[in-house]
Design a protein around this ligand. Structure first.
Ligand code: GDP
Length: 469
């Protein structure tokens, strides 16, 4: 009897003191979100195996304070489950393959049991559980934040200003068709659907060229909204001020012009706003991944475009009281980590440069003050390490090089990928660009179970250590 009461009291205590942490992971597409979450879950599920050598920088693991980690059912039934099992299976194949990338929001939940070490809790009960909810969502969706504050004309005109160089070439065919359209005519839904499809194809073409700043962000990663009328609109880039006024005054409510305006308003009022309200406002901590290396390989426009994309993304974490975000949603993120991904593409001596480049991208123009009140950290990692570092001797000199299976010809190669600029690249860098790296295939897992990584333990330390005391 006494035991039963004691157990019940213990249960109540346990439930009362368990904690939940909602961790969000984002980044533009192919920045490495899927790889990151798969690795993070894998590292934690393998806690206490192999003497925790794989997590040496994660204090609670190093000190054996974590009893065990398991996956449990997520609370929100509406969100698709992050497909960890499938991703792990891909990596366990012979040869291993890269898992399928992020397409929309997904979630997974871990229960981490640990010994209390600090403070009052240590005296009340000696073990606790941290429930870690991990959310994955496309960074492209965050590019839509400014839309909340812009009407259809302002939005179109903003994009008009960006329509030059490579972008205007890619937009040509679609734009020529829009110019043919009499916007005051009664709208034909099929025509709108077709033009929206061509606009979406243009956005995909931009991304393929490494131009990441695209709006509306949902168009390239529509999730469950694929084919919905809410996504069948596009900006009007060819109108001058007089034409806008004329259409606003004269176009009937059934015209192309009115329908486009209505759909834009629906999109921002419902799709964009709901995402912020339902998800974004509830995250506790956020990881932002950026692949800074691929654009360095591409071109100057690709790099600058990534910079533009990231700047828009970062706006989402400017918490000044007067910002749109604060006014609408009062978000509550307390820790923010900017992570340069795929750092196994460079040798270890280049890691500080990569972190420094990431820092500069974020802090450009003194913008770091805007993250006031949030603890911020910068890091460079490889979630799924595809290369090994080796030492090569050439002409009597030793230097660091990388070894891995190159994706394009599936050959084992040893190479020196070049040095990473530690600042935003200058004109000179682009003129004598020597930076060149290949894609690699993932390595087999350790004991067919554990994913090799670079500095994932440092990430865990920043994100979780304070919650496991
Ligand atoms: P997502 O679109 O953000 O979910 O991106 P993914 O996680 O699917 O990553 C896109 C691609 O980047 C992968 O298919 C890999 O080719 C590459 N990649 C991701 N993470 C790593 C990493 O840690 N190391 C290396 N070498 N490549 C990576």
């Amino acid at each position: 009897m006494f035991n039963r009461i004691q157990r019940e009291v213990n249960d109540i205590f346990n439930r009362g003191f368990d904690r939940t942490l909602r961790l969000a992971v984002t980044g533009l597409s192919r920045s490495g979100k899927t790889a990151f979450i798969t690795s993070l879950v894998n590292q934690l599920l393998n806690i206490n195996s192999q003497g925790n050598h794989h997590l040496a920088l994660f204090e609670p693991a190093r000190n054996n304070h974590i009893i065990g980690v398991k996956r449990v059912s997520q609370l929100d039934m509406k969100i698709p489950r992050f497909d960890y099992d499938n991703n792990l299976r891909d990596l366990q194949q012979t040869p291993p393959i890269w898992p399928q990338s992020t397409r929309g929001v997904s979630e997974t939940r871990l229960a981490i049991r640990y010994y209390h070490r600090d403070g009052l809790m240590r005296h009340i009960k000696d073990t606790g559980t941290l429930y870690l909810d991990i959310f994955d969502y496309p960074g492209e969706w965050l590019l839509d934040l400014p839309l909340l504050d812009l009407n259809f004309q302002q939005w179109s005109q903003d994009l008009q200003r960006l329509n030059f160089g490579q972008r205007s070439i890619l937009a040509q065919t679609w734009l020529a068709k829009v110019e043919q359209l009499d916007l005051s005519e009664t709208a034909d839904e099929d025509v709108l659907a077709q033009l929206a499809k061509e606009y979406t194809a243009y956005l995909h073409a931009c991304k393929a060229e490494g131009l990441h700043f695209i709006q509306p962000g949902r168009f390239v990663l529509p999730g469950e909204l694929d084919g919905a009328p809410a996504l069948q609109f596009f900006p009007l880039l060819h109108l001058n001020e007089t034409q806008w006024q004329e259409l606003k005054n004269k176009a009937s409510s059934k015209s192309y012009f009115s329908l486009l305006t209505k759909r834009y308003d629906y999109y921002r009022q419902h799709i964009v706003k709901d995402f912020y309200q339902d998800y974004f406002a509830h995250f506790d901590r956020q990881i932002i991944l950026a692949d800074c290396l691929t654009p360095l390989n591409h071109s100057r426009q690709a790099f600058n475009d990534m910079r533009e994309g990231l700047q828009h993304l970062f706006q989402n974490f400017h918490y000044g009281k007067r910002t749109l975000l604060h006014r609408l949603f009062s978000p509550r993120i307390d820790k923010l980590m900017f992570v340069a991904s795929k750092a196994d593409h460079i040798t270890s001596d280049q890691l500080p440069n990569l972190v420094s480049l990431m820092r500069q991208l974020v802090q450009e123009g003194g913008r770091h003050v805007a993250f006031e009140g949030i603890e911020t950290e910068y890091s460079a990692i490889a979630a799924i390490r595809a290369t090994k570092q080796v030492t090569v001797t050439q002409n009597g000199k030793q230097f660091k090089a990388l070894q891995g299976i190159r994706t394009k010809d599936k050959q084992l190669v040893t190479l020196y990928p070049g040095s990473v600029p530690n600042k935003l690249p200058t004109e000179q860098f682009w003129q004598q660009q020597t930076f060149d790296f290949d894609q690699f295939e993932p390595q087999p897992l350790v004991d067919n179970e554990l994913i090799p990584h670079l500095r994932m333990d440092a990430v865990l330390q920043f994100l979780l250590a304070d919650k496991l005391r």
